[in-house]
Design a protein around this ligand. Structure first.
Ligand SMILES: Nc1ncnc2c1ncn2[C@@H]1O[C@H](COP(=O)(O)OP(=O)(O)OP(=O)(O)O)[C@@H](O)[C@H]1O
Ligand SMILES: [Mg+2]
Length: 445
């Protein structure tokens, strides 16, 4: 069962939304129906997010990202279509069931932290549990654990104003982690941070996700962030889905000119990983084979080296033709002693991080999985070719120039939004029982 499923989801602001849905379903652009006095923010959006996936929604300002994410946890009522959380159609739930589902299953992290300025870091982090009625001891313990996970142990008794922006955002993240929901929604959560801190936060999020297996829906308008974090990326344009795919699919096979132009400026070596450029490991020899057999294998495949791999595909090392040829002449019977150590990379290693290792070795790089099994090899020529391949396809160029220019300039510099949140959504964090309001930008240092 998918963790989150949206099916033909629409959000129309304004009156007579059903007429608008009808016209939009018929393929009209949202600008064409503006005369009805409506704003079509989300149009016919469908996708499934699997448990443990990081699903990134990206698009320019106004493309409908925040509206979409707020419908996913029911903060905003939808106009038509459906949203399922772990199989429950939340569009059919009453207010209290919805609130319960939200507190148990879906947390949200906001761009401007949404912390309570007068509450301690600990009380901010435990907020979701407090709302759920968890006893103080228990929620404090959970919150401390979550704060430690994001590296804020020792700061429990500070107030948000005493922390840097990056630390405040960690508190926001800790709050989501303490609530221990399977699903975390993050709306431009890192956009207000400066680039180095932002990168740290991305790394931390990836690590946390890998260890905790959360399902994360992450909104950004920074393409590089999207490509770094997303297992899959959904590109929104004017409320509609332009493409859903992995970073590589979007980069190598953009669905249309709009997406092609969007990805034009991406650093390919950061996006492409070992698994996307590796080749089949040919030839391989078994460590039990002798030099004579190994030499024949290399000659048959016309290569000057071979990978030595056990029957269970674990990698032992590499042998080269010169050494093996000499061993044959000297009548050596075993490969032992001829095997060189190889540079190894993981399938997820970005191409950019492999150049140093490739330069160290005369062998192709060996791509091994977590169990040290050889899954592929990367000859140096392949690495360089990966750099040279242009994005997309020339046939995509230019028919949509004016729009596309906007797309590129809107994302290349990772510009942050204007901080405007859609109206009437201030439910989370809900009104603080103590009466203080959530801190927004104002309390950041
Ligand atoms: N409550 C509202 N009432 C009317 N129109 C709204 C409302 N909320 C959003 N909109 C409109 O819906 C469209 C999508 O807005 P949304 O905030 O979802 O975009 P976004 O992709 O999150 O943009 P940003 O990157 O600036 O945050 C915009 O045209 C916006 O003006
Ligand atoms: Mg937004």
């Amino acid at each position: 069962m998918p963790a989150v499923r949206a099916d033909k989801l629409y959000k129309i602001f304004g009156r007579r939304p059903s007429k608008a849905v009808e016209l939009l379903a018929d393929g009209r652009h949202r600008d064409e129906i503006a005369s009805l006095g409506v704003t079509a923010a989300v149009i016919d959006v469908s996708f499934e997010v699997q448990p443990g996936e990081i699903f990134v929604v990206m698009g320019l300002s106004g493309s409908g990202k925040s509206t979409l994410i707020r419908m996913l946890n029911g903060l905003l009522p939808h106009t038509s279509g459906s949203v399922e959380i772990e199989g429950t159609d939340i569009t059919k739930l009453g207010k209290s069931d919805l609130r319960k589902l939200r507190s148990e299953k879906v947390s949200m992290v906001f761009q401007h932290f949404a912390l309570f300025p007068h509450r301690s870091v600990l009380d901010n982090a435990s907020y979701g549990l407090e709302v759920r009625g968890v006893a103080r001891d228990q929620r404090d313990a959970k919150a401390r654990e979550a704060l430690a996970m994001v590296g804020l142990d020792g700061l429990e008794h500070k107030v948000p104003g005493q922390l840097s922006g990056g630390m405040q955002q960690r508190v926001g993240l800790a709050r989501a982690l303490a609530a221990d929901t399977d699903i975390i929604l993050m709306d431009e959560a890192f956009s207000a941070l400066d680039p180095l801190i932002r990168r740290d936060m991305q790394t931390q999020l990836l690590e946390l996700q890998a260890s905790l297996g959360k399902t994360i829906i992450f909104i950004t308008h920074d393409l590089n962030e999207a490509m770094r974090l997303g297992h899959r990326i959904c590109v929104l344009r004017d409320g509609r889905v332009a493409q859903i795919g992995t970073a590589e699919e979007i980069l190598n096979d953009p669905a249309n000119d709009y997406v092609a132009n969007f990805v034009e400026d991406v650093d390919r070596t950061r996006v492409l990983t070992a698994s996307s450029v590796m080749e089949a490991p040919i030839p391989v020899v078994d460590p039990g084979q002798g030099p004579r057999a190994a030499l024949r294998t290399m000659r048959d495949s016309q290569t000057q080296s071979a990978f030595v791999v056990r029957a269970d595909r674990t990698l032992v090392g590499g042998v080269n033709e010169t050494a093996v040829g000499e061993a044959v002449r000297d009548n050596v019977k075993k490969l032992d002693g001829l095997v060189d150590t190889l540079e190894r990379v993981h399938p997820d290693t970005p191409v950019a991080d492999m150049f140093g290792q490739a330069a160290e070795s005369t062998y192709p790089l060996a791509v091994v999985d977590g169990d040290e099994r050889l899954v592929g090899v990367i000859p140096r020529g392949t690495l360089l070719a990966a750099l040279a391949t242009p994005n997309g396809d020339d046939s995509h160029a230019g028919t949509d120039a004016s729009e596309s220019d906007t797309a590129v300039s809107g994302t290349a510099d990772g510009t942050v939004g204007d901080g405007r949140e859609p109206h009437g959504d201030a439910e989370e964090p809900q009104t603080d029982p103590g009466g203080d309001a959530p801190a927004t930008e104002g309390s950041r240092q």
